[in-house]
Design a protein around this ligand. Structure first.
Ligand SMILES: N[C@@H](CCC(=O)N[C@@H](CS)C(=O)NCC(=O)O)C(=O)O
Length: 206
């Protein structure tokens, strides 16, 4: 059986976990305590030398990192994977946008506001910068979603899950999502998808 290493509360770990849930694939789940430094310990570095979660080890012993790559792999051959070449390319386009414009801004702002608030003051300038860049990315997403239901032309897919991963946690990073009505309507559609479950349910505390 595959094994997914995850950490509690993480938008990145949430993505493959939701794909697993919505495809019904079975997978062993192993919680790693990032705040306690477990990703930097020799036991975990022997599994993933990059020291990050999520990380998938397949039943055949092959390791796979990067949340969107793991989600993509798990979605292959299921209704969550767009079938036609253009929709697959659209999915990749927005999954790369997620990793380059949304996640790098929403995730650290959320980390120092919501997860480690004791360090918020010393990162105030960074938080301001992350929020400004994150808002620009959310505006791009809102404009895109204003005229469509889902990320690709083929309906709900792995790309929606990837983009939703941190977008739906953005309020915890100080982002006012009321500014993005199309994003809000799309998030409602994601939450209404079959077998949806939230972060707390999918990523139990270690
Ligand atoms: N681009 C990576 C980012 C993964 C990442 O930043 N993981 C964090 C938790 S959300 C982590 O493992 N941090 C622990 C560390 O860097 O030691 C992905 O999408 O999977």
């Amino acid at each position: 059986m595959d094994t997914l290493y995850y950490t509690v509360g993480s938008g990145n770990s949430f993505k493959p976990a939701l794909v697993l849930r919505q495809t019904g694939r079975s997978c062993a789940m192993r919680g790693i305590d990032v705040l306690a430094g477990q990703t930097r310990q020799p036991e975990f570095l022997a599994i993933n030398p990059r020291g990050q979660v999520p990380y998938l080890v397949t039943a055949g012993g092959v390791g796979l990192g990067e949340s969107n790559a793991i989600a993509w792999y798990l979605a292959e051959g299921t209704p969550l994977m767009p079938a036609d070449p253009l929709s697959r390319a659209q999915a990749l386009q927005w999954m790369i946008f997620e990793q380059t414009s949304l996640e790098p801004n929403i995730s650290p702002a959320r980390f120092f506001i919501h997860i480690l608030p004791a360090q918020r003051a010393e990162h105030a300038a960074d938080i301001e910068r992350w929020q400004a860049a994150g808002h620009r990315a959310l505006q791009v997403l809102d404009t895109y979603l204003a005229t469509r239901q889902y990320i690709t032309d083929q309906g709900y897919s792995v790309a929606d899950i990837a983009v939703y991963g941190y977008t739906h946690l953005a309020a915890e990073g100080g982002f006012e999502l009321a500014r993005y009505p199309a994003v809000q309507r799309w998030m409602e559609r994601v939450r209404a998808s079959a077998n949806y479950a939230d972060v707390a349910t999918l990523l139990p505390a270690v």
